[in-house]
Design a protein. Structure first.
Length: 144
């Protein structure tokens, strides 16, 4: 396809991985921090819903900003699958609680991180191919 990624594409994928990783880290570390530091001190702040909502919005916004660009030029089914599974399961995690919330958040975060990694790889391949096909070999000059 004729659409080319901008120089911000790898940056967008890296931000997407960071936000998805923060979702993953928050989900895994909140119970540990509450157990180690005490529920009175950190329990309310870490277990409240606003960090979940903020991280969810950031992770999904970065996925919506960066992944469609790469998919439009590559039509890679694995990228599409990882992005959709990640977005749907991360969003589903916002509507359930307990072990299912953790499972959905973990699966969604990991899927989105993998989608961003694949997107970066596909972008590099696309750009390398575009550069390789636009550079023609030097033609020897005839000396007269």
């Amino acid at each position: 396809m004729a659409t080319a990624n901008t120089p911000t594409q790898p940056f967008a994928d890296k931000l997407g991985m960071i936000f998805s990783g923060l979702c993953l880290g928050h989900c895994l570390l909140t119970p540990v921090v509450i157990l180690l530091m005490g529920a009175e001190i950190f329990g309310f702040a870490l277990a409240s819903e606003w960090p979940h909502r903020v991280l969810l919005v950031l992770a999904l916004a970065m996925a919506a900003w960066s992944l469609p660009k790469t998919w439009r030029q590559s039509r890679n089914k694995a990228l599409l699958s990882l992005a959709l599974v990640g977005a749907i399961t991360l969003l589903a995690g916002a509507f359930v609680h307990g072990p299912m919330e953790v499972a959905f958040t973990l699966m969604g975060s990991i899927s989105l991180i993998l989608a961003h990694i694949l997107s970066m790889h596909l972008t590099r391949s696309y750009l390398a191919n575009a550069i390789a096909t636009s550079v023609s070999p030097a033609t020897p000059q005839s000396e007269s």
